[in-house]
Design a protein around this ligand. Sequence first.
Ligand code: ZN
Length: 327
Amino acid sequence: MPDHPDPVPGPDQIVVRVHAAAINHLDLFVRDGIPTLKLTLPHILGSDGAGHVAEVGSDVTDLEVGDRVVMNPGISCGRCEYCLKGEDSECVEYKILGEHLPGTYAEKVAIPARNALKIPTDMGFEAAAAAPLAFMTAWRMLVTRAKVRPGEDVLILGAGSGVSTAAIQVAKLAGCTVFVTSSSDEKLQKAKALGADVLVNYNVMPWSKAIWELTGRRGVDVIVDHVGAATFKDSVRTLRKGGRVVVSGATTGPILELDARYLFWRQLSVLGSTMANQREFEEVMKLVFMGRLTPVVDRVFPLDQARAAHEYLGRGEQFGKVVLAVP
Ligand SMILES: [Zn+2]
């Protein structure tokens, strides 16, 4: 592996000495090649990371060398009309570490100082690195976009992903009844330990049918669907009147089948969501720091075994995050 030159911080940037990076499915998509994404090779993957501040730019006043920090992987321009509304993840120049910018599978990464949050002294780097992308995504999907309310039924498709393990906890914290699906009873039991109320193994019965029966043929209020083509049609059929389906990804394919009759007759909302703004990042990380939300670390690999870690995540056997320790 060739050595990269160390990043140099701009005036409003810091350089973080990374100690842990977490893997996301996004890393696998970038590695495989995204048609619209033009990369300069060699490219450094990795959106999630935590470490200590190694250098600070000349204009940075609120962080010091040695501070232990976690990073918001979304970098926005701060000037466009969306940024001025506070909607960083709608920024016209929105960039994600490891996708459009050098990422966290590295000893050092330069980021805007505003993207770093200090982590509590009793929180390890691996747990901190496992939090940002998954919890930001889950928070914006459920709290901002779907506007979940106490007492609502929330269905989370696929129990084991990082976003799902975050969404189960966020929905539970919001006072919702949480339904989860998986083909693995082991994963379902782990989801139950995180707070899931109703477990559906879709190897036993098609999940849409099971949910329909479990809800007295009413359906659920909100569905978190980042599975995409394989599930979306059934998601729409499984929503209660006035229900919302939130889409933050499409791991099985991007073209979704939508029956307009369900859409208008049940008065459904189809909501897209990407990452989160800085305020949402700070809101959800505060709850992580307080221990109200817990990053789930499935397994830690050393950085030089990133390939094995990608293969492990690609097999989908994990429950929660796969983390790289950066020596
Ligand atoms: Zn912007």
